[in-house]
Ligand binder design. Structure first.
Ligand code: SF4
Ligand code: ZN
Length: 741
């Protein structure tokens, strides 16, 4: 490290240690040494200190011992600006600085001055597990710790977008010239949270430690490294730093805000000290400011500090320096594109136009064709474009994707169709939810202003299908229909095929197979949600049957659908298996222990947000109602679908409520542990009509065809009193069944 940096870093470490000490002593005086200290929702105490010093700090006394340890690492301050030929002293100073920062931040939590507002502060263990796994499995290539601010807000947005496009997680901390990058983004209305890969930690330089205590916990959580007390701290610390160097592709962007300003003012001693700490992890520092360069490699796989990089080259230089492997598909649309935009929402006020949802008809449909019938790359728009309507309007939209390929099989159709959700969601400024005929899409004003039009859906889908399914797809065509008349027939055709696909699995039972399949596609916004898909219970969105999941697994063994071996049966009636529980525990990140496939009362399946229907207990009737998403009216439990959806969704178990796919209603396993189809007392007429044939068959199968007329609709009752009256008149069997709850 050059002498200037080395001296500044060592000076900075002293300042931070002193600041921590002052603050700590003040607290000890006020509250006593036994006062507890720590971050919210973590099992790792002060994680950085635990990892590097092997100490479980629980109270102020413990913090004091840790700080003394940090102090011992401080090398003497060079009285002149000495040339240090090796990094040793500076690196030690960096570790001391981070330990001090962690104590300072923990004291903030005690004081109530922790990061708030746009700042997220400490990352709890649950978020760490959920996000960290993306780093481990490669969905996120790495993270960038952005320290400081950019010369202009526009540049801040540009930098954020280009990192998001590469799926690089962005941590933001500290300020320069009184500004921080996160504040710049906030001023420009950019959505910042874990879902958008933009994580503002705090405005102080000390909050940069959150990025590093995230990194150490990644090693502890995913690297299988265990702290073994203070005696082994050196060895364990070495393993943790090595894990990060080799696996966590992170780098620091030291942003100077105004390059005209004297760099001594912009990059403070404390920042140098923090950077020295990060270099211990093998995280190089890339800067737009003219810092002294340090090019020879050592601790980092590449250079330690690369400076004076023009703004436009910052990201590419970082990627190159850290040796990130990034696969970016060129998606020819006028808005940024990448996984970083997948969880983004477009609120009503931000939208230019929407399709589907409550206000118009929309569907998406993918079909295989013979090779000679398609012209690869063709996009056709039938009807008006998005600029034909006023801001805030709703339009119809049918998205028909036609594919052909020598190795394509019909079994793959619905699997590929369901990927449309993810492909469209990754556009910056486009919101997508649902599938089949219940999709809901929004184009934001911003995306519209940048030139996004309906044909861009075609462009991006063609690019992505070619990119991800080159093994089975040779040609892709997309037809987009917005004409309210011309959409009708293709929609009927799509519904017919959806129905056929659902029928195909009809004959199989859960007992026929040893293996179920999981679906975790919806974890992008319901992080702990897992669908367990069995032959007799399809995914709750209605788009994934057991056969689909099987095909999807064949297509992509590392994808969202994994085989789940049933293992020992723990309860044949409720539908509980040892293997399923084990899978669920891991993939719900420890939040769910047990699951019953056939009960909605005891440990039911979780719901994400895209269920076709909600089943809810109506206590007064001792039965259940089923409401489909399309029904906007009132229901006998006094809530419309939309209110219920808020209660049921989000990936938690809600006894008494489940989200389901329509086909499950007529399955032999429909809440079979709770009494089955005989419990159904109410459903909207539209739904009853839609599933009429299947329902009739099922009721005949149980020898009770008369039940059909005992199931009320909104025409018979919309309040629970009316419903009870109706059921009594009809003598519905639910009334005399054993109590549900
Ligand atoms: Fe998969 Fe379930 Fe989401 Fe459907 S609802 S996409 S089955 S996780
Ligand atoms: Zn879902």
């Amino acid at each position: 490290m050059s002498k200037i940096i080395a001296t500044a870093a060592i000076r900075g470490a002293y300042k931070l240690v002193n600041q921590a000490e002052e603050k700590l002593n003040k607290f000890i005086e006020e509250k006593g040494e036994k006062q507890e200290i720590g971050f919210p929702n973590t099992a790792y105490y002060l994680p950085f200190i635990l990892a590097l010093f092997g100490m479980e700090v629980e109270n102020l006394a413990g913090a004091k011992i840790a700080l003394n340890k940090a102090k011992k690492l401080l090398p003497p301050i060079p009285d002149k600006e000495l040339w240090l030929p090796y990094l040793g002293d500076t690196l030690n100073a960096g570790i001391a600085a981070l330990a001090a920062e962690e104590i300072i931040e923990a004291l903030r939590y005690l004081e109530g001055t922790e990061p708030k507002g746009i700042w997220l502060g400490f990352t709890d263990d649950a978020t760490l597990r959920m996000q960290g796994i993306k780093l481990v499995d490669g969905r996120m290539p790495g993270f960038a710790a952005c320290v400081g601010a950019l010369p202009t807000n526009e540049q801040a947005v540009e930098l954020a977008r280009s990192l998001q496009e590469k799926s690089i997680l962005v941590f933001m901390a500290a300020s320069s010239g009184g500004k921080s990058m996160a504040e710049q983004l906030a001023e420009e209305g950019v959505e910042m949270n874990w879902d958008t890969y933009l994580v503002p930690y705090g405005k102080e330089i000390t909050s940069a430690v959150y990025a590093l205590n995230f990194a150490v916990r990644a090693a502890l959580t995913f690297g299988g490294i265990r702290p073994k007390g203070e005696e082994n701290a050196v060895e364990i610390g070495r393993q943790i730093l090595l894990y990060n160097k080799e696996r966590v592709f992170a780098f620091v962007l030291a942003l100077g805000a105004d390059p005209e300003v004297d760099k001594e003012q912009v990059i403070t001693d404390e920042k140098y000290a923090t950077a020295a700490g990060a270099i211990n992890f093998g995280f190089p520092v890339i800067s737009d400011v003219n810092l002294p360069q340090i090019l020879p490699t050592g601790i980092c796989t590449y250079e330690h500090v690369v400076s004076n990089i023009p703004f436009e080259k910052l990201v590419s230089k970082a990627v190159e320096t850290r040796g990130l492997e990034i696969k970016v598909t060129e998606v020819p649309i006028p808005v940024p594109y990448g996984a970083g935009f997948e969880g983004e929402r477009v609120r009503k006020e931000q939208m230019h136009v929407e399709f589907g949802g409550k206000r118009s008809t929309a569907f998406e449909f993918l079909r295989g064709y013979p090779m000679d019938q398609l012209e690869d790359g063709k996009i056709e728009l039938i009807g008006p474009d998005a600029d034909s309507v006023e801001e805030g309007a709703a339009m119809d939209l049918g998205i028909i994707v036609k594919v052909a390929g020598r190795n394509f099989s019909e079994d793959f159709e619905s699997v590929l169709e369901r990927r449309i959700h993810e492909f469209i969601s990754c556009c910056n400024g486009i919101f997508h939810m649902g599938q089949r005929a219940i999709v809901w899409i929004r184009i934001s004003k911003e995306a519209f202003a940048k030139g996004f039009r309906i044909k861009d859906f075609g462009r991006l889908l063609i690019a992505k299908f070619h990119d991800e399914f080159s093994k089975i797809i040779d040609k892709v065509e997309v037809t987009l229909i917005t004409d309210p008349e011309k959409i009708k027939e293709p929609l009927q055709e799509a519904k017919r095929v959806y129905y056929e696909r659902d029928e195909r699995i009809g004959g199989m039972t859960d007992e026929d197979v040893d293996t179920f399949y999981s679906c975790i596609l919806c974890q992008s916004y319901a992080p702990d949600h897992v669908c367990i898909v069995t032959p007799e219970r399809l995914g709750l969105c209605g788009a994934y049957t057991w056969l689909d999941c099987k095909a999807s697994y064949q297509l992509n063994p590392h994808g969202p659908n994994q085989p789940v071996s049933k293992g020992k049966c723990l309860d044949p009636v409720k539908g509980m298996w040892e293997g399923v529980n084990e899978y669920l525990k891991v993939n719900s990140h420890g939040n769910l222990e047990r699951f019953n496939a056939y009960s909605m009362i005891e440990d039911p399946m979780t719901s994400c947000g895209c269920f076709e229907c909600i089943v809810a207990v109506i206590p007064e009737t001792n039965g259940v109602m089923i409401v489909n998403r399309e029904y906007t009216g009132m229901t006998p439990i006094g809530m419309p679908f939309s209110t219920m959806a808020g209660i049921v969704g989000g990936g938690v178990q809600t006894p008494g409520f489940i989200g389901i796919g329509k086909i499950y209603i007529t399955s032999r396993k429909f809440i079979s542990a709770d009494g089955g189809i005989e419990r159904v007392v109410w459903m909207p007429s539209e739904l009853k009509e839609e599933i009429y044939d299947r329902l009739k068959k099922r009721l005949e199968e149980i020898g009770k065809p008369e039940l059909m007329n005992m199931i009320a609709t909104e025409a018979n009752a919309v309040t629970s009193e009316e419903l009870v009256k109706f059921l009594k008149e009809k003598n519905h069997p639910a009334l005399s069944m054993e109590p549900m709850m």
